[in-house]
Ligand binder design. Structure first.
Ligand code: UDP
Ligand code: MG
Length: 316
């Protein structure tokens, strides 16, 4: 099978018939073998009934239904696990993404050997309240990850199967799949300008909270991907630094006091000088960071995923 199309959906019943027909038309016209995996992320409208009806005479359609709403990342993750194609494409269910882009997204993976290709909605049809924060979000993510994409959160993407099978997304992390992929060693990341339409039916499923959660997730991803296997390197470095500064300050404070007394000069109480408090705080923070590092190291050591390194190939 050449392509798996993975589509998370929440209350998109009106769009589904048109969406599935359009995808089938485009892929068949290009002679591609495919499966369509729809993940109903706890819809409360008739999305599932519509999917059941569509599946009756469409053998390419597979459906997964969550018992409640878990979020787009969860839906994608389950879709990725189920996918059997050589290339996996994702898109939104609301007809904002065009299926016409799929053949080229597929070709870029297979022929140009990209690990991941992300869509870029160069001309967007969304309200300003969304496009402006999105620009900030993309700028910050580019800066932190070093990946030069314009539109990290574009729903339309294609992946080499190896990428999809090696990453796990949860929370709101679907926004950072290119970042996670890069940190797993998939460095050939491409971009394709894609068509974008206004939402035809229904309403958007994300509010402004997306930006708050989005940034918190970026912080966790950055931390986890760098230090998950060696938390002591992070906490230990900071802790030692703080402890060392604290000790130097202590030596200074004590030394000054001793020196002044030896020379029979009047010295103020050590507690009367600000440096004393700085020294105290630095030592305490240093020790606390160090202990956090030890604890994190122990938790990590006993965790279930201690040695899950990603092996690319094997001989014999
Ligand atoms: N979606 C989902 N679970 C959610 C929220 C959204 O599966 O909890 C789906 C939604 O049905 C759509 C896609 O994710 O297919 C993108 O959502 P939406 O179009 O509302 O986002 P926007 O285009 O406004 O960024
Ligand atoms: Mg949308």
């Amino acid at each position: 099978m050449e392509i798996s199309i993975v589509i998370p959906l929440l209350n998109e019943a009106e769009s589904l018939p048109e969406l599935t027909r359009w995808i089938a038309r485009v892929l068949q016209a290009n002679g591609l073998t495919y499966e369509l995996i729809l993940i109903d992320d706890g819809s409360t409208d008739d999305s599932w009934a519509v999917m059941e009806a569509l599946a009756v005479d469409d053998a390419t359609l597979r459906g997964i239904r969550f018992n409640r709403n878990y979020g787009k990342s969860a839906a994608l993750n389950v879709g990725f696990e189920a996918a059997r194609g050589r290339v996996i494409c994702t898109m939104d269910a609301d007809l904002q993404d065009s299926p016409e882009e799929l053949p080229e997204l597929y070709r870029m993976i297979v022929e140009d050997k990209y690990d991941l290709v992300s869509g870029w909605k160069q001309k967007r049809f969304d309200p300003l309240t969304k496009t402006i924060p999105t620009k900030l979000f993309n700028g910050a993510t580019r800066w932190i990850s070093g990946i030069q994409l314009h539109d990290f959160n574009c729903g339309l993407k294609s992946y080499d199967q190896r990428v999809v099978k090696s990453i796990e997304v949860y929370g709101e992390m679907h926004r950072y799949i290119p970042v996670i992929a890069k940190w797993n060693g998939f460095r050939k990341i491409g971009e394709k300008v894609v068509q974008h339409q206004e939402r035809k039916y229904g309403v958007t499923k994300f509010g402004l909270e997306r930006f708050v959660y989005g940034f918190l997730d970026l912080a966790s991803i950055t931390f986890v991907s760098r230090f998950r296997r060696r938390p002591m390197h992070f906490f230990g470095t900071l802790g030692s630094l703080s402890f060392f500064v604290g000790i130097l300050l202590t030596l200074w404070v004590v030394g000054e006091k001793v020196w002044l007394s030896l020379h029979n000069l009047r010295a103020r109480n050590v507690t009367d000088q600000p440096l004393f408090f700085l020294a105290l705080t630095a030592v305490i923070i240093g020790v606390m960071l160090f202990l956090s590092g030890f604890l994190a190291e122990m938790v990590q050591l006993n965790g279930p995923r201690r040695n899950d390194y990603l092996v690319r190939e094997k001989l014999n």
